[in-house]
Unconditional design. Sequence first.
Length: 275
Amino acid sequence: MTTTELLVAILAGIVQGVVEWLPVSSQGNLSLVLTLVGTDPAVAVQLALFLQLGTTLSAATYYRAEIATVLKALPGWRPATAYDADHAIATYIVVASLFTGLVGIPLYVLAVDLVSDLTGGVFIAVIGVLLVITGLLQRASDSVSMGGRETPSLVDSILVGSAQGFAILPGISRSGVTASTLLFRSYDPPTAFRLSFLLSIPASVGAAALTVAGAGGLPGIAPVPAAVALGVSGVVGYLTIDALMRVVERVPFATVCFALGALAIVGGGGIALLV
């Protein structure tokens, strides 16, 4: 492992560990960073998906008590009581994950094939457009009247799971689209983000497995740098999740999406013209 590979792995882990918890695209922003330091765009998309495993461990650790409660309730699960209070979270995660796969897997194949044909500058500009779309969705959800719901329904599971599937595209924020969907469904912000992050655990594991299967192994990264990046993202993610959850409730992240998207569009367009 060269010094450059180590530094890129550490940088990627830090970016993933911090940005994963914000309603801006961790995959899009990490893909941007990796592309700017010379990574092929198609490999950057795959790496960004793979490195979500680190923050998945962070989320699982942070929500370990809630996950334990869900697991304890599973033996008594029955179809007739699938969305009763004791089983609603488990059913929500399973059904939503199914719809995430139905939407996300075809989009993943499309995304990898598409970005493999794009130059670095065009790829950055495309991510910028997707970040702006995320910002528009966030801005729209900010105007929704919150209703204080806490228990998910079948409709919530289908809508949120399908929305999460679109986050396979770099630039679309997974937490942004899922939390926004829950806000539109009259959940208050803390509950929306809790349900969003719980759903991220199986989704991130699935995305990483899909990436490894599609790449035939680790996507463009050696085992040691991969371990370093995963370790850094896991530690940074766990240290920042609580603080960043508080920030999420106060800062208008639609503005952040717009700013990052505009910079990416202008910068990526400039790179594309120069290359």
